[in-house]
Design a protein. Structure first.
Length: 579
């Protein structure tokens, strides 16, 4: 073993992992060290972006608010987490948000979300490394592909900003790894774990529906092909059973979440039917784009920006896999491709926004394709090989270390490295990356006005929260909707002073704020997304003139991009004036 460890390691050489008892322990130990190092690095980046520069993402901050509402609102309960978005991103923050009253920075600076995204993106990197290792790649090639994935600017950014992309990518890559294993092992444990990962992916993002369907179709087809048609009835039943094993947990998650939403809110799919859902937001933001060709061009640009090598890699690896009769290749395009296709179709159809982050699955698709250029080597770890487990090519031989194999391995690494400047350049373009490009101006002494406003997003809301906290108001004194108000509530050290839509008595308080003891109302203009604000729907002119229920006390112009001017109204008393 010592002699084997002393051999030189080159790109394309098979893994010289010890076969004895130390092998799995060595593997787990290196994974733990990698996970810990990346988690710390991503968390450090996220803390600097949030606390030092104040750069926060609205969607991430809103999930932190949801977690805060569950534990620290004036009416804390689990259903306060909301049903417009799937719940996992907020639920994972609860252990940290529990300490927000002691350390308010946890919610004010979105640090609970940053911790979660850092941990899960580090986990996604470990899974990418595992895919390379399962494939039997050499240590240097494995380390290089893993490192390039880990330092991709889009990966770093979404590991550090608390958004749901990190969690979603982790479960998606985990699913791909398990299904790739299943192709070779026919092990039911791999199918079950892939199904569980898909269920968690759905509880993170709705677009996992496409991945669940793709996984079921892939497993059904592979089982049919490798069992043949000699016994058609048995073969079809087994194919259906395998498909159910991988899709069943996701289907259960889908049904349970829809049923829970319907029982509590009366809407099974609030994301689409609620006044706070995606369809309403899209309409309030000016409606869907009416340019299918332009939308298609953006989709292609986004995919190529995040995975520049995909047009070369995917057809090439498909051809090589066909020659090898290697079905492992099918998993990446099926799973990652289904998510990309879902986002492309919904955007071209005008059902969602054109955000670069929606196409982040292109990054692991390209990385996994790089790992599959060379033929698989070595045994795949398995608990119980199935009847159709297949043998791979054996361990490394002198022929496996030929110049050609090393050159191909180096080429895959070069393709991955070449993608980094392309992705970085696109991230800095306002037209292609409106949510991220401002990061490139964080260190500018005189950044462009729009970039400065993006960086300053929610700074006004934090100042407004400080103003309210300083007044030492009793619980239930400030009435606000959370369309925009979530950023004020989450920044406050006294969240119980707010009456918010998740409170069970919100409608009663809204109808008669004076009777309920409300002193102040936070209002926004009744335009755009402000049209869905509950105060504007109940009192259409409240922002303009108080609607005879309030007197203007303070107007707060907003420094942030796409954020409203706030007006604070003092609630008029119901008591008649003295004679």
């Amino acid at each position: 073993m010592l002699a084997a460890a002393a051999q030189p390691v080159v790109l394309g050489e098979d893994l010289p992992w010890p076969v004895g008892p130390g092998g799995p322990d060595l593997e787990r130990g290196s994974d733990v060290r990698l996970f810990a190092a990346l988690s710390a690095a991503y968390l450090a980046v996220g803390a600097v972006l949030a606390v030092r520069f104040g750069w926060l993402m609205g969607d991430a901050l809103s999930r932190t608010y949801a977690a805060q509402a569950v534990l620290h609102s004036r009416d804390p309960h689990v259903s306060a987490i909301g049903f417009v978005f799937t719940p996992l991103t907020a639920l994972l923050q609860l252990p940290l948000v529990a300490f927000a009253e002691v350390v308010p920075a946890i919610t004010r600076w979105n640090l609970s979300a940053v911790v979660v995204s850092a941990l899960f993106m580090a986990g996604a990197v470990v899974q990418i490394r595992g895919i390379c290792r399962d494939r039997g790649l050499g240590r240097v090639q494995t380390a290089a592909l893993t490192a390039v994935f880990a330092i991709n600017p889009m990966i770093v950014l979404y590991a550090a900003n608390g958004m749901s992309e990190a969690i979603f990518l982790f479960f998606l890559v985990w699913t791909v790894r398990r299904l790739v294993r299943w192709i070779s092992t026919d092990d039911v444990h791999d199918l079950l774990l892939a199904g569980i990962a898909l269920a968690f992916a759905y509880l993170t993002r709705y677009d996992a529906v496409a991945a669940v369907a793709a996984a079921a179709g892939l497993v059904f087809g592979v089982t049919l092909l490798r069992r043949g048609w000699a016994h058609r009835g048995t073969t079809v039943r087994r194919a259906v059973l395998d498909a159910v094993l991988v899709a069943g947990p996701g289907l259960i998650a889908f049904l349970v979440w829809a049923a829970t939403s319907w029982l509590i809110t009366g809407q099974a799919f609030a994301q689409f039917s609620s006044a706070y859902g995606n369809a309403a937001i899209l309409e309030q933001s000016g409606g869907p784009s009416g340019d299918p060709l332009g939308n298609t061009a953006y989709v292609l640009t986004a995919v190529l920006a995040l995975g520049p090598a995909i047009p070369l890699l995917v057809p090439s690896v498909a051809g090589l896999s066909w020659r090898r009769r290697d079905a492992e290749f099918l998993v990446g395009p099926a799973l990652f491709g289904s998510v990309l296709a879902f986002q492309a179709i919904t955007y071209v159809a005008g059902s969602t926004f054109g955000f670069l982050r929606f196409f982040v699955a292109a990054i692991p698709l390209a990385t996994v394709a790089c790992a599959q250029v060379l033929s698989a080597r070595g045994a795949v770890p398995t608990r119980r090989p199935g009847a159709f487990a297949r043998d791979r090519i054996g361990p490394a031989s002198p022929r496996d270390r030929t110049r050609f194999r090393r050159v191909v391995a180096a080429g895959t690494v070069a393709l991955s490295v070449a993608s980094l400047p392309v992705t970085t350049a696109v991230l800095l373009q306002p037209s292609l990356s409106p949510q991220q490009y401002a990061v490139g101006h964080l260190l500018d002494r005189d950044p462009p006005d729009e970039a400065e406003r993006i960086i300053a997003s929610f700074s006004t809301e934090r100042a407004l929260a400080d103003y309210l906290d300083a007044r030492d108001l009793p619980d239930g004194s400030v009435l606000t909707d959370t369309v925009f108000g979530f950023a004020v509530v989450v920044a406050s050290q006294r969240p119980r002073q707010f009456v918010v839509p998740s409170d069970e008595d919100f409608t009663t308080v809204l109808n008669d704020p004076a009777e309920a003891g409300v002193q102040l109302m936070l209002t926004v203009p009744n335009t755009g997304r402000g049209e869905s604000d509950a105060l504007n729907r109940r009192y259409p002119t409240v922002w303009e003139n108080g609607s005879e229920v309030g007197r203007l006390e303070l107007e707060v112009p907003n420094d942030g991009a796409d954020q409203p001017t706030w007006r604070v109204y003092r609630v008029l008393s119901n008591q008649p004036p003295p004679n």
